[in-house]
Design a binder for this molecule. Structure first.
Ligand code: NCN
Ligand code: DMD
Length: 351
């Protein structure tokens, strides 16, 4: 399934940009005056292959999994919070539930590797294993498990597409996943770990130094090879990061625009782009997270996010908050009057 999905990702269609630009320049506004919103309409047209793109209804998928490295004391919260938050998602009480309702999204929560038993209806249980192993001591998972986790994501994206979603937001929940993401990013970027690690859920300075040391030790022991993305996921984790990468690939294979969330989501996107470089054309970046590594991951992807709201929650919340900008871009193109239709004079000729 992974090989078929990778093969199905075609580069975005840049040929529509000229027609969309002509339409944009006929709308009742000085040419270019809607700034990045105008560029967004061209991007969305190229992704969907439609000169009148639509992004509603959006789909939100939240992948949840546990990380063995949590036992190293790298998070401000205990591991049980992953399962407890999944129950909160199922009950509709988390931030992403609120924002998903606000934007009329279809929300799906997928347990790809939570350690405990997840309570609550409405959670898709597609568990590859109950949490990763502690990658400070051994590989987080096997290669086969990493591939299965990617396929969990591909299947979830396919469900969102089949349910009629026109755009995909992918979120995550996993205590200690900023540690796994920072390790992946250090391996992919070659930058010093101390420049990438951040407070995650809110650790203090001394725990931050400990977190950096755990990652440095693990990288020395695991020796991840940045030219082998699947192997990197197997060595460092996590299950939800692999599933997010799969969801991006599955969405791009179906020509769905993807709105990327924060730090963990962007690292997953980096890994997925190593598997299929054409994926990059389908990615729009929702926000800049507080996590210092996010800047580095965005730079590697040559990405400029839409919002900077000092968020560090995850769950897909930053992307959901940015979604109305995508909706506005589509509506601007389809609903604004043209100079002709509104009887508004065009720009005066230069004298
Ligand atoms: O999305 C982000 O940029 C982000 C930044 C910091 C923390 N988080 C969330 O916090 C959890 C990971 O933090 P930690 O400290 O346990 O590694 C995980 O559930 C993420 O959803 C998310
Ligand atoms: C309460 C809580 C909610 C979260 N949502 C995403 N990561 C989280 C981490 C914690 C600790």
């Amino acid at each position: 399934m992974l090989a078929d999905t990778l093969a199905a990702i075609v580069p975005v269609d840049d040929s529509l940009a000229t027609a969309v630009q002509a339409r944009l320049d006929n709308l009742t506004k000085p040419p270019g005056s809607l700034g990045r919103l105008e560029a967004l309409t061209k991007s969305l047209a190229g992704m969907s292959g439609n000169a009148s793109p639509r992004v509603s209804p959006p789909g939100v998928i939240v992948f949840a999994a546990d990380h063995g490295v949590a036992e190293e004391g790298v998070s401000a919260f205990p591991q049980e919070v992953t399962a407890q938050m999944v129950a909160n998602f199922a009950a509709g009480g988390a931030a992403i539930n609120v924002f998903a309702r606000q934007i009329g999204a279809r929300l799906e929560v997928v347990d790809v590797g939570v350690k405990g038993i997840v309570e609550g209806d409405g959670v898709v249980v597609d568990k590859v294993r109950p949490g990763t192993a502690n990658f400070a001591r051994e590989d987080a998972m096997s290669l086969a498990e990493a591939e299965r986790a990617i396929e969990v994501g591909i299947r979830a994206a396919a469900r969102s597409h089949a349910a009629g979603c026109c755009c995909l937001i992918v979120g995550e929940m996993g205590i200690a996943n900023t540690t796994a993401s920072s390790a992946l990013l250090a391996a992919l970027s070659g930058r010093p770990v101390t420049r990438l690690v951040g407070q995650g859920t809110g650790i203090d300075i001394s725990r931050l130094a400990h977190k950096a040391g755990v990652i440095e030790g693990a990288l020395a022991a695991r020796q991840p090879d940045s030219a082998r993305p699947l192997e990197m996921l197997a060595k460092l984790g996590g299950l939800e990061i692999a599933a997010m990468a799969g969801a991006y690939l599955g969405a791009a294979a179906r020509r769905m625009p993807i709105l990327v969330d924060g730090f963990i989501a962007t690292v997953a996107a980096l890994v997925a782009c190593r598997l299929a470089p054409a994926l990059r054309g389908y990615l729009i970046f929702g926000h800049r997270s507080c996590e210092p590594g996010h800047d580095v991951a965005l730079e590697l992807l040559d990405a400029e996010p839409l919002l900077d709201m000092q968020l560090r929650l995850g769950e897909g919340t930053g992307a959901a908050l940015a979604f109305p900008l995508l909706e506005a871009a589509c509506r601007m193109l389809s609903e604004m009057a043209t100079f002709d239709s509104a009887g508004v004079a065009g720009a005066a000729p230069e004298s």
